[in-house]
Design a binder for this molecule. Structure first.
Ligand code: LLP
Length: 385
């Protein structure tokens, strides 16, 4: 891993997350450059990917907004200096206190996922004599070529309102005094690398906009969610995702109406490549069947391999000897606590440092304390300066 301060890091207690701040900034600047060519595009960083306060602050300073899915995320963003009106708030199950917080902070809009939720937002806004801006999350019934657990835009998923019900829902909202319909929201899934999936979404949105327009309905904001994937196998070759192709797909296929703004909620593509989980080899254990490298990080620190069968590239930072084959496993009392099977790595010795790459998104934030393990700390490039 280029630029990792191995000498300075050797004495730190492991496991920990390491963030390459320069790469994060470079990624954000690549997005900013795209936004300059598309002045009607807005990015709300999907906080669920990584809510580390230092990460949030860097993203906020680059001028981006935030996409939150809980009151806790809204609070984290406010603490990191995001203005209320740069925040959008989604989620199928918003609690009353979370909706109240969104109203109080005057967020840009709520992404509403059902009629009962719309009714509650209307009631809670009424008690404050306010009008809450809402966008309707629509289930576009578009499949994405990704892991089944992270596709969200299919009719069978719990997310959003059926596209066929939109006229009805907009009609209901129009009759409510304390909500203002301002947008349509979509999201088809995560870790998507085929631009044709996003093109399919564009075509569905065009279809819906044409239909709504015939009824005299237009909205100010179209929000297409996130989902752009990263290259987990070659983090050094593709450190910054191909934002040009991504935004070009929308520019070419989505028919924005005059004055409409197009919002994006990218998470993984923003922070995925800048983070690594650093862990130490505790033991190399030989059985009759195979060789295990037992490391001090586990599924509690990075759950993606156990939960989705995700493959993170693993590197031995301490040793470049000839490669051997290992199952790389953590110390947790669960058989699924495996980072990789039959993985080729330079010979592992006790205390070697390994890096699990591309762990900036859905890594630290999904860490847990099972087995009473402490949460992994995070260090940034400048901490080693
Ligand atoms: N907007 C909505 C409505 C979402 O549900 C999500 C992610 C995003 C934006 C951001 O998607 P991204 O750009 O990061 O793909 N824990 C899983 C990923 C779950 C994604 C959930 N929704 C993983 O580790 O792969």
């Amino acid at each position: 891993m280029k630029g990792f301060p191995i000498e300075k890091a050797t004495n730190l207690r492991t496991p920990f997350y390491y963030y390459d701040t320069e790469l994060l900034r470079r990624t954000l600047q690549a997005i900013r450059k795209e936004m300059e060519t598309h002045p009607d595009y807005r990015l709300h960083y999907a906080v669920k990917a990584n809510a580390n306060p230092r990460i949030l602050e860097i993203i906020r300073k680059e001028g981006f907004g935030a996409d939150c899915v809980s009151g806790g995320e809204i609070e984290a963003c406010i603490r990191a200096g995001f203005s209320g009106d740069s925040i959008v708030f989604a989620g199928v199950g918003k609690s009353d206190w979370e909706i109240e917080l969104g109203i109080e902070k005057n967020i840009a809009f709520f992404n509403v996922e059902s009629i009962p939720e719309l009714e509650v937002i209307n009631q809670l806004a009424a008690t404050r004599q306010k009008k809450a801006r809402v966008a309707f999350r629509i289930n576009p019934n578009v499949g994405a070529h990704t892991h089944a657990n992270i596709t969200t835009g299919l009719a069978e998923n719990k997310f959003g309102i059926d596209m066929g019900d939109m006229e009805k829902v907009i009609g209901i909202a129009a009759g409510m005094e304390h909500v203002e319909p301002v947008g349509l929201h979509f999201h088809i899934g995560s870790q998507i690398l085929e631009m044709d999936d996003f093109k399919a979404l564009c075509l569905r949105i065009n279809e819906l906009q044409d239909r709504l327009e015939k009824q005299g309905i237009t909205v100010k904001n179209i929000n297409v969610g996130g989902g752009l994937g990263i290259d987990y196998s070659c983090p050094d070759e593709v450190p910054v995702p191909d934002f040009s192709s991504y935004f070009r797909t929308y520019a070419e296929h989505l028919q924005l109406r005059p004055g409409q703004l197009l919002h994006f909620e990218l998470g993984r593509a923003v922070v995925g490549q800048c983070g690594s989980l650093i862990t130490k080899v505790l033991y190399v254990k030989q059985t009759t069947h195979k060789q295990f490298a037992i490391v001090d990080a586990g599924m509690t620190d990075l759950i993606r391999p156990a939960l989705y069968g995700a493959c993170h590239r693993i590197e031995n930072l301490s040793n470049k000897d000839a490669e051997e084959t290992y199952d790389i496993v953590g110390p947790i009392c669960e058989s699924s606590d495996v980072f990789a099977k039959a993985y080729r790595l330079p010979r592992c010795r006790r205390n070697d440092l390994l890096a699990l790459r591309s762990a900036g998104a859905y890594g630290e934030i999904m860490a847990m304390q099972y087995n009473c393990r402490p949460l992994p700390p995070a260090y940034f490039t400048e901490d080693f300066a």
